[in-house]
Design a protein around this ligand. Structure first.
Ligand code: HEC
Length: 129
């Protein structure tokens, strides 16, 4: 009886172990995540505007704010990105969702890039540093 239980436990452990291994192999992030910054540094990294507090609180936990503030996405692309981050584990309440997407689109949208550099804005690729 105990032997059968032990064998069962081993099988379960092996299956779970294999599952975890294959999951982590698939989930390898394409970018390197930085260690978390102190909250006041996260806040300071985001442009002062309505929605900054919510954005810093929801988006400042896993990676550097520069990963966000260096992008110039359309509102649709930001909404898509926020959805993707929620899948990754970001906490975005329904009440804050639009505030955050609007904040991002307003401050880190394609127009901002065009204002800084018309050429880069036209290309609309990655942001200048
Ligand atoms: C639970 C951790 C976590 C939180 C919180 C989080 N992210 Fe991310 N983010 C990641 C990971 C992991 C990656 C890299 C892997 C990937 O892109 O799927 C990433 C990558 C990114 C990228 C670069 C890739 C792309 O799609 O352009 C952007 C931009 C981004 N996050 C924005 C945000 C925003 C905006 C928020 C707040 C709504 C946020 N993140 C909150 C984990 C997180």
């Amino acid at each position: 009886m105990t032997r059968a239980k032990t064998a069962l436990a081993c099988t379960v452990a092996l299956v779970l172990g294999g599952l975890a291994a294959s999951l982590s192999a698939q989930e390898a992030p394409p970018v390197e995540l930085l260690p978390p910054l102190p909250p006041e540094q996260v806040l300071a990294a985001f442009a002062p505007d309505k929605g900054r507090d919510q954005t810093a609180a929801s988006c400042g936990l896993c990676h550097a704010p520069a990963m966000i503030t260096g992008k110039h996405y359309s509102a649709d692309k930001w909404a898509e990105t926020v959805d993707h981050m929620v899948d990754k584990g970001a906490k975005v309440s329904d009440a804050d969702y639009d505030t955050i997407v609007d904040y991002l689109a307003r401050n880190y949208g394609p127009e901002k890039l065009a204002a800084i550099s018309p050429v880069a804005g036209a290309a609309s690729g990655s942001a200048p540093r």
